[in-house]
Write a protein that binds this ligand. Structure first.
Ligand SMILES: C[S@@+](CC[C@H](N)C(=O)[O-])C[C@H]1O[C@@H](n2cnc3c(N)ncnc32)[C@H](O)[C@@H]1O
Length: 164
């Protein structure tokens, strides 16, 4: 079971988790749409579905993989191959990221997504519901945030075997 249970982060993991980013930066702000994955949660997902070859959208400070795309490269317009980790920006573009995940899986990738469980949205019905959905028990405390998220989360797994 994937749950939101937290463990203290090892020092070496702080940079990748985003905790090393200074308050006031866009990655730290709770107003940001960039909810960086807690490292211990990512490690548990990676143990089950990884290891991951690519973090599809990230920065040098919060990437979970050695290979990653940044806004400068625009992960949406790059190829996604192998095992892909996706925790997209949670704003208006989230449907584009989920469409890309779905289509990349149809082309042979395995894409594991961490998304808010917004089950009433078009992107959820059009894409997320076509993968294997694992609702997360409890609320995640995203990296750099002091409080639990104000929304529930889910893991969505797309691979060519399990999508319509
Ligand atoms: C929710 S955070 C996830 C960060 C990290 N992948 C993780 O799982 O913790 C979303 C990231 O997407 C990046 N991002 C936004 N637009 C992007 C784009 N067009 N291409 C690549 N990365 C992008 C943001 O800078 C941010 O670091």
């Amino acid at each position: 079971m994937i749950s939101a249970v937290k463990k203290p982060l090892a020092k070496k993991d702080r940079r990748r988790s985003g905790l090393a980013v200074s308050p006031g930066s866009v990655h730290w702000s709770s107003a940001s749409e960039n909810w960086a994955t807690p490292q211990d949660f990512f490690d548990r997902v990676a143990a089950e579905f990884g290891p991951f070859d690519l973090d599809a959208c990230a920065s040098a400070e919060n990437t979970k993989c050695d290979r990653y795309y940044t806004p400068a490269e625009d992960g949406l317009s790059q190829p996604w191959t192998g095992r892909v980790w996706l925790n997209p920006p949670y704003g208006r573009t989230i449907g584009l990221w989920m469409r890309k995940a779905y289509e990349s899986a149809k082309a042979g990738a395995i894409v594991v997504c961490l998304v808010p469980a917004r089950t009433d949205t078009a992107w959820w019905h059009d894409y997320a519901a076509k993968g294997t959905v694992r609702f997360i028990r409890g609320r995640l405390k995203f990296a750099g945030h002091h409080k639990d998220a104000p929304f529930p989360s889910a893991i969505v797994v797309f691979n060519s075997q399990n999508i319509d």
